[in-house]
Design a binder for this molecule. Structure first.
Ligand SMILES: [Zn+2]
Length: 175
């Protein structure tokens, strides 16, 4: 997910972020075995560098062409990574906010999301963790986990503005 914001350096080089309509952004990414997959540490470092390089607050592995259920995010100056994240509880209260996406550049889309979620997953060391999230963090988690299931903000777009959003995207990207 895109946000104007700060930027932190890591020692990896940024990766190329795929844009809609890349087929890699569709479909369901594969679960990872965090305890045995030694490549995850490098992947997470490179994803974090890419996210900061593009002023993102979150990035999912399919956005850099990697078919793994891994996300990174940085809300309130804390970098975190989650493997196999699942939202286990969606709060009843929802809010509509404009979201941008590094894979859908040039536009923002109003998306309705729960303002409170509970998310469980694994750390890159394979430890189980549960996160209770509100507001921006809740929104970022829902946005990034959507990517793991091949869902983009264009798919979350309200029907009445969908046509104009897609037209704006195509114009912004010379499609
Ligand atoms: Zn996105």
């Amino acid at each position: 997910m895109l946000c104007r914001g700060h930027r932190m350096r890591t020692e990896s080089e940024p990766m190329e972020v795929l844009h809609h309509p890349s087929p890699a952004l569709k479909g369901r990414a594969r679960e990872v075995d965090a305890a045995s997959d030694v490549s995850l540490r490098d992947l997470v470092r490179a994803m974090a560098e890419t996210m900061y390089d593009q002023n993102g607050v979150g990035l999912a592995a399919p956005q850099v062409g990697v078919d793994k259920r891994v996300i990174v995010f940085d809300v309130e100056d804390r970098l975190a990574a989650l493997c196999n994240p699942v939202i286990t509880e969606f709060g009843e209260e929802t809010a509509v906010e404009d979201e941008g996406c590094l894979s859908v550049p040039g536009i923002t889309v109003p998306v309705e999301r729960s303002t409170h979620v509970v998310c469980s997953g694994h750390t890159i060391e394979g430890r189980e963790i549960t996160i209770e999230a509100e507001d921006l963090l809740a929104r970022v988690l829902q946005h990034e986990i959507d990517h793991l299931d091949g869902t983009l903000i264009l798919d979350r777009c309200p029907p009445d503005v969908r046509k104009s959003v897609i037209r704006a995207y195509n114009e912004a990207n010379n499609l």
